[in-house]
Write a protein that binds this ligand. Structure first.
Ligand SMILES: Cc1cc2nc3c(=O)[nH]c(=O)nc-3n(C[C@H](O)[C@H](O)[C@H](O)COP(=O)(O)O)c2cc1C
Length: 316
């Protein structure tokens, strides 16, 4: 039985719903020699800013019982070096490339988007307005639906036809007004969501486990929280959702699809097993074959339909 795993997120077409999460798979190149990146739905690269960033001082990562706290601080090579050193090699592998971008202010988001529009050669842009680890990284924008709508509109205009995803922070009490702002601003999809702000302390040294004290929690611990955010969105909004949060295996991924996400990003799991995205992809294919499901479209939102829940995107 042939299974059609392709999905559409607005104008972004993916051969399957499996993406790598920004910051957890480098620039993709690190894995190019031993993984066939072309097989994935796409690679979302480490967040890129207009100028290179050194990131926060160490320690900037620590384990928690069921996840990871990080405070990397958006270390990256900047958009120029990305275009010269990283992108050509990544594109050579034939994979779909989504660039994750960040800025200190509106102007920087626009400038980096102008560079991308002019140099092209990417399949989509994911805008991080949600990094909890630096004053920049859009966190100030992420707290205001009006600012999100304004930024989305400007970037929609700037990027012309390049597919646009906005990645939101989960650190708000109700996600729906923020998602509606992204929808009204004209993005192709919304990525839900980034990490949850947390802290870790060491009671022997009485020092923080992260140099900046606070960091973003990711991994299995956040899956139920991020699934609630996806659920609130798919039962209230029409925009396509890309899920992110605690996906460690194909069952976690299928849960998100059943909740109405059209694609998903594998993040922290890459640090445990860099091949995990491929494993998830193969197991989803097997699951669909076993259950007689012919396409991703047939499965997306199935939990909402079976439980007669509100599902505004159903008719799409
Ligand atoms: C070490 C690390 C670095 C990250 N860097 C970025 C980043 O540069 N841009 C971004 O949008 N998200 C970044 N994230 C967030 C992930 O892409 C993902 O949204 C989040 O970790 C939740 O998914 P997970 O639980 O599967 O890891 C980072 C996460 C980790 C753990």
């Amino acid at each position: 039985m042939a299974v059609d795993l392709s999905v559409k997120i607005g104008r972004l077409k993916l051969k399957n719903p499996v993406l790598t999460g920004s910051g957890t798979f480098g620039y993709g190149l690190e894995y190019e020699d031993f993984l066939d990146l072309e097989k994935l739905g796409g690679v979302v690269v480490k967040g890129i800013s207009l100028k290179p960033k050194e990131g926060n001082p160490p320690p900037r990562i620590c384990e928690t019982p069921c996840g990871l706290l990080n405070s990397i601080g958006l270390q990256n090579v900047g958009i120029d070096r990305f275009y010269i050193e990283k992108l050509p090699l990544l594109k050579k592998s034939g994979c779909t490339v989504i660039v994750n971008i960040l800025g200190d202010n509106f102007e920087e988001y626009v400038k980096i988007s102008e560079v991308i529009r002019e140099r092209g050669n990417v399949d989509g842009v994911e805008v991080n307005v949600s990094c909890p680890n630096v004053k920049s990284g859009g966190i100030h924008i992420s707290k205001s639906p009006e600012a999100i709508k304004k930024l989305t509109k400007i970037l929609r205009d700037t990027l012309k036809n390049i597919p646009l995803l906005i990645k939101l922070s989960p650190n708000v009490s109700d996600i729906v007004p923020y998602v509606k702002a992204v929808e009204d601003g004209g993005a192709d999809g919304v990525t839900l969501s980034n990490t949850y702000v947390g802290i870790g302390i060491d009671i022997d040294t009485m020092k923080p486990k992260l140099s900046k004290i606070k960091g973003g929690l990711s991994g299995p611990a956040i899956k139920p929280l991020s699934q609630r955010i996806v659920f609130d969105t798919t039962t209230n909004c029409k925009i396509s959702v890309v899920a992110s949060g605690g996906i460690m295996n194909y069952i976690d991924a299928l849960e998100y699809l059943a909740l109405g996400a059209k694609a998903f990003e594998v993040g922290t799991a890459n640090f445990v097993n860099p091949r995990i995205s491929f494993n998830i992809l193969e197991n989803i294919r097997k699951y669909f074959m076993k259950k007689g499901i012919g396409s991703s479209g047939e499965f997306v939102g199935i939990f909402l339909k079976k439980n007669n829940l509100n599902y505004p995107a159903m008719e799409d």
